[in-house]
Design a binder for this molecule. Structure first.
Ligand code: MTE
Ligand code: MO
Length: 377
């Protein structure tokens, strides 16, 4: 993996896990561009990075489709067969901001798999590829009772001395809605190796985990995939279920990402000399086809809120984040708690505290993001 980290990633990536490689970009830089440059896009891997020769590469559509097919990259890129699409879509890992849950609940979470992410396991890219719906249509559609599509990645990983392949599934209705893409380009460049070269799925508005990289097979099936990534990871539990008494069947399979936001500058524990105003910048995102409509920040831990002016919210793309900035009036000196909360177009907003959304496997930390800054006026 390190060969590709050095080749494809910025030198100052924050290495969240060394192996398997997981990394996120420095906070301030992530919110400098509405479209995240490839070298700054977070990387989340369960195992190593498979070497795939693109000219020998084929991928199979199998299982409960009327005419199973083997396709090449050239087939997918043939615009007589499939219309090509380019779309700006945000990918977010359900582990984003897990560090806040770890700080309050050390020892929770599945430490073999879960990475201690900060606020940077999110990004927006312009993906180019084809709609998976069109590919399934070319296979004659699904056989009657097929309802899910299972994605097979060419990477493998170890867990408790066993070796697994990366396998997940998405419901057919998601594909039918044209919200799943097979992508071979990221921001106008061939997909970087570390991001799934030569082909990956991009599932709009769902947790990043469903966007399978190094895709080599798609199988139509009746029920959700039985693979461990689908059935044992990426589950959300009620607070009554702790790490010791878990049954996986108690977990809810996370799909849509909830509304969330983060302050990316200033940084936590930063000292700021100012003349009555401090500039804050960050991101806001909502999954499931929703988008942020209102972002508010507070300089006193959440008593008084200031709304980000609408013109300071970046362009609204369906299925992408919005970046924001605001000048916050600050009189007080000393340690202050800054926080942010966002509403989406379904008028959902964020839980107030980390503990309101605690779940033992430490997914989806979507509470108000809080930092402490030292104000010198
Ligand atoms: N696909 C494969 N084959 N193997 C993986 O480990 N990780 C998933 C998903 N697809 C993963 C994968 C997870 S959990 C996330 S959040 C996204 O890829 C991250 O995509 P990125 O590394 O391109 O940012
Ligand atoms: Mo993830």
């Amino acid at each position: 993996s390190w060969k590709y980290v050095l080749q494809e990633k910025s030198a100052d990536m924050i290495h969240v896990l060394q192996f398997p490689y997981n990394g996120e970009p420095p906070r301030t830089r992530l919110v400098e561009n509405e479209i995240t440059p490839n070298k700054d896009f977070f990387v989340r891997n369960h195992g190593g990075i498979p070497e795939i020769n693109p000219s020998a590469y084929t991928f199979d559509i199998s299982g409960l489709v009327k005419n199973p097919q083997r396709l090449t990259l050239a087939d997918l890129k043939n615009e007589d067969l499939f219309p090509r699409i380019t779309k700006t879509v945000t990918l977010q890992c359900s582990g984003t901001r897990r560090i806040e849950q770890i700080q309050q609940y050390p020892g929770d979470g599945d430490e073999l798999i879960n990475a201690p992410w900060g606020e940077g396991a999110i990004g927006a890219a312009k993906w180019t590829g084809v709609s998976l719906k069109k590919v399934i249509k070319r296979c004659g559609g699904l056989v009657d009772d097929a309802a899910h599509l299972e994605f097979f990645g060419a990477d493998s990983y170890f867990k408790k001395k066993k070796i697994y392949n990366y396998v997940v599934s998405v419901p057919w209705r998601k594909v039918k809605a044209n919200e799943v893409m097979l992508a071979w380009e990221m921001n106008g460049e061939p997909l970087p190796k570390i991001h799934g070269f030569p082909l990956r799925a991009v599932v709009f508005g769902y947790i990043g985990a469903r966007s399978c990289k190094w895709l080599y097979e798609i199988r139509a099936i009746k029920h959700e995939s039985m693979a461990p990534v689908q059935k044992k990871e990426y589950l959300y539990y009620t607070p009554q279920v702790g790490k010791q008494n878990t049954l996986y069947s108690n977990g809810f399979s996370i799909q849509d990402m909830p509304v969330s936001s983060a302050i990316m500058t200033p940084l936590d524990k930063e000292q700021i000399v100012h003349e009555g105003k401090i500039k804050l910048r960050g991101w806001a995102y909502s999954g499931g086809g929703h988008w942020p409509i209102r972002v508010e920040v507070s300089g006193d831990g959440g008593s008084v809120w200031y709304e980000v002016p609408y013109e300071k919210l970046s362009t609204k793309y369906f299925h992408a984040w919005r970046l924001w900035e605001i000048e916050l009036p600050v009189d007080a000196e000393g340690w202050l708690e800054f926080c942010v909360r966002t509403w989406d177009n379904a008028l959902n907003t964020q839980p107030t505290y980390v503990r309101s959304a605690w779940n033992w496997d430490l997914h989806v930390t979507s509470s108000c993001h809080r930092i402490k800054v030292y104000s010198m006026n």
